[in-house]
Design a protein around this ligand. Structure first.
Ligand code: SF4
Length: 115
């Protein structure tokens, strides 16, 4: 990890992707835009930067699921919990999600009211 992040322009997200997909080494959680949005909406973090979100997720999620968590967030973020128009009424996580439009006026990812 350190050898990669020492390279100019390489952050933890890129380093994690290279390690996981190129070398099958899992040293962290890839925090892309979907992981960030889903983690915030689900109340897993109140942080706003991937650099601070990642260690919080690493504390919450068992290490054996770090890689899978990213893939599940990406799939769910593309199919259901999209940035602009999440389909809360057809979401399997609706009953545990503090941002659900069915129960909440606020999108915890943006901090703004649902429109
Ligand atoms: S209930 Fe809505 S905001 Fe929460 S995860 Fe599902 S789609 Fe996203």
């Amino acid at each position: 990890m350190a050898e990669l992040t020492d390279l100019s322009g390489v952050g933890r997200k890129t380093a994690n992707v290279v390690l996981q997909h190129g070398h099958n080494i899992v040293e962290g959680v890839v925090v892309d835009t979907h992981v960030q949005r889903l983690s915030q909406r689900l109340g897993l973090t109140t942080e706003t930067s991937p650099r601070k979100i990642e260690p919080e997720l690493m504390e919450l999620i068992p290490e054996s699921h770090w890689q899978e968590f990213t893939h599940l967030c990406i799939d769910h973020g593309r199919a259901v919990c999209t940035a602009r128009s999440p389909d809360c009424g057809d979401c399997e996580l609706e009953d545990i999600c503090p941002s659900s439009k069915l129960d909440s006026d606020v999108d915890l990812a943006s901090g703004e009211s649902w429109t």
